[in-house]
Design a protein around this ligand. Structure first.
Ligand SMILES: Cc1cc2nc3c(=O)[nH]c(=O)nc-3n(C[C@H](O)[C@H](O)[C@H](O)COP(=O)(O)OP(=O)(O)OC[C@H]3O[C@@H](n4cnc5c(N)ncnc54)[C@H](O)[C@@H]3O)c2cc1C
Length: 553
């Protein structure tokens, strides 16, 4: 079997390929028995790795992605969930970065309109704030220009209009605000969808397989996995986010990164009933916070602090929750200050490119978000930094380098590889039509799955809600198990749908049922179900400081 032929398809033209227990098993067997030579093996299935896999597969390369845990397990499920130009980078003079991010935002709003939702953000200024209304106006005028005036331009609001727009704002000291356009997404689903598109173009994805080292033999790269398996590649690419260190990149990875931690907290929308996303200035600092309405919830964040701990043990601390509540209360005085009102939380690590010698100790909030490509002497490539928003630009940059090397080292294969990729959407298929959207279940599913909603909501699929008060449906769980490569409970309840962050008591109410189905599908017994539940409890506790509440205690 050729490396790229591994993916099976369920027969419907515009659907994604199957990715359930059978396909996962088949891929593992294939890798054990055939030892294929892939054109590109990508280490890491965050947004960076997913973007590279998509780009390379679209150019006709045979691609394998190897991920230590689950799709989007790392930073790519722990961001502020914005697809944005980054207003605040203007202050650092990063016009190129903002221009690129705005261009990519514009593409993403067309390529995945169901996942990248435009919103009007409100950015108020209070007496004593670093950014006064006139400064905001100058910044946002530049933002509009860098966006080539593609969308609505910003609007300046006086104090009264500002309070009309957002009555929750503290009136005392308020001087005015700007309203401007950016977009909100679901980071984990954006990553999964990008990877699914890569799979549609023939890429294979192996999760729960850690790459322990990468060696070179003649012109080939060989990746040793924790299972002992060896994978062969014409080109290995490390896209391991915060884990992109010397173990994978050798000396090139030694002083590459600065790690910065950011946390978010989730409250009931009834506790913080914001009308639109809000930008909050932090007194005495350059960073800003966001308050983002999220259906029945609102989330608040983020922090930006240097991090030197264990990358597998990143969770929100009591002090961080307290700090966020305090900072928000200045602007939104009705926000509860009692941490017991926090439903859930998440914490992520930014893999920032370490600043040059000139300023090695720059505070993390001032470090550039630009990406960097590095090469080991044996040709293994690594890519770090960047943003969720700019994943396609990063991927193009990196795959251009891959292409050049492949062409040089294997001129025979070059005929198979193309140089250009188009502007194709992330999810193929016609958008849902008004008569289809009249069906409330389809309309709800379309918000998360786009045109694929049609396949998820088929007549014989279970359209009942997963829990009361939140929009997720059992047919989405079926989909996660058949088409989305979920292996453990956390894959389903944290990264396929975000129930671990939005409640019913942090996914615990349905976890047993899901564990049983997962174990059933791969063959196991009651002890395996218990192990799944313990694993989910540990993962949820570590990240959110709150355990899932199982029905049986
Ligand atoms: C708090 C916070 C807020 C942010 N907000 C935004 C935002 O609003 N908008 C925006 O555009 N960007 C935002 N970002 C930045 C953005 O989230 C990151 O730049 C991006 O997610 C990084 O993706 P990545 O794929 O490089 O890394 P990751 O998502 O961390 O992926 C790396 C993957 O590699 C895997 N891996 C590691 N080691 C190995 C190994 N040995 N073998 C196999 N696999 C391995 C990991 O398990 C992981 O899944 C934010 C970041 C943070 C931390």
């Amino acid at each position: 079997m050729a490396a790229g032929d591994i993916v099976t398809h369920d027969g419907t033209a515009e659907d994604f390929p199957l990715w359930g227990p059978q396909e996962i098993h088949d891929l593992r067997e294939h890798l054990k028995n055939d030892v294929p030579l892939w054109d590109v093996v990508v280490v890491g299935a965050g947004i960076t790795g997913a973007g590279i896999a998509r780009e390379a597969a679209q150019r006709g390369m045979h691609v394998l992605v190897v991920e230590a845990r689950d799709v989007a397990y790392g930073t790519s499920s722990r961001s502020t969930r914005l697809v944005h130009g980054g207003v605040r980078y203007l202050e650092h003079g990063e016009l190129g970065l903002v221009f690129e991010a705005l261009r990519e935002r514009s593409w993403l709003m067309q390529a995945a309109p169901h996942l990248v939702r435009p919103e009007r953000f409100l950015f108020p200024a209070y007496r004593g704030d670093r950014l006064a209304p006139w400064k905001l106006r100058v910044g946002l005028t530049l933002y509009d220009m860098l966006n080539v005036f593609r969308g609505r331009t910003h609007a300046l609001l006086d104090r009264d209009r500002c309070l009309q727009e957002e009555p929750l704002l503290a009136a005392d000291g308020l001087r005015g605000a700007v309203l401007y356009d950016d977009a909100v997404t679901d980071d984990a689903r954006l990553t999964l969808t990008t990877l699914q598109d890569a799979r549609r173009h023939g890429a294979a994805v192996l999760t729960y397989a850690r790459v322990e080292r990468i060696e070179s033999h003649d012109t080939e790269h060989r990746l040793r996995l924790d299972s002992g398996l060896e994978v062969r590649a014409r080109q290995a690419v490390v896209a391991a986010g915060p884990w992109s260190g010397p173990a994978l990149l050798g000396d090139a990875g030694r002083t590459l990164l600065t790690h910065s931690k950011g946390v978010h907290i989730v409250l009931r929308a009834s506790d913080v009933p914001l009308r639109r996303p809000l930008v909050i200035q932090v007194p005495g600092q350059q960073r800003i916070l966001f308050g983002v309405p999220w259906g029945a919830r609102t989330y608040l964040g983020t922090t930006d602090d240097p991090f030197a701990g264990d990358l597998h043990d990143v969770g929100v601390t009591e002090a961080e929750e307290h700090e966020l509540l305090q900072l928000v209360a200045r602007v939104l005085p009705s926000t509860p200050r009692d941490p017991s009102r926090i439903i859930s939380a998440w914490a992520g690590i930014r893999p920032l490119v370490r600043p040059a010698l000139r300023n090695p100790n720059a505070h993390t909030e001032k470090i550039s978000r630009k990406h960097r490509i590095i090469a080991r002497p044996d040709g293994v490539l690594g890519i770090v930094g960047g943003k969720l928003t700019t994943f396609r630009a990063m991927a193009r940059d990196l795959v251009d380098r891959v292409h050049d090397r492949l062409e040089r080292v294997w001129p025979d294969g070059a005929r198979r590889w193309t140089r250009e990729t188009g502007e194709a959407p992330l999810v193929p298929g016609e958008p849902l039509q008004p008569d289809e959207l009249a069906d409330p279940v389809l309309a709800e599913l379309a918000r998360r799955h786009g045109p694929v909603a049609r396949h998820i909501a088929c007549a014989d699929h279970d359209r009942t809600p997963l829990v009361d008060g939140l929009p997720y449906l059992w047919c989405e769980i079926d989909r996660a198990l058949s088409h989305e490569g979920a292996i453990h409970v956390g894959d389903v309840l944290r990264r396929r749908i975000p129930l671990a962050l939005t409640d019913e008591a942090r996914g615990g109410r349905v976890a047993r049922h899901i564990a049983e189905r997962l174990v059933d599908a791969r063959g196991g017994n009651a002890a395996d179900v218990r192990e799944e539940l313990e694993r989910y409890r540990e993962e949820t506790w570590k990240e959110t400081r709150r355990a899932p509440v199982y029905d049986d205690g």
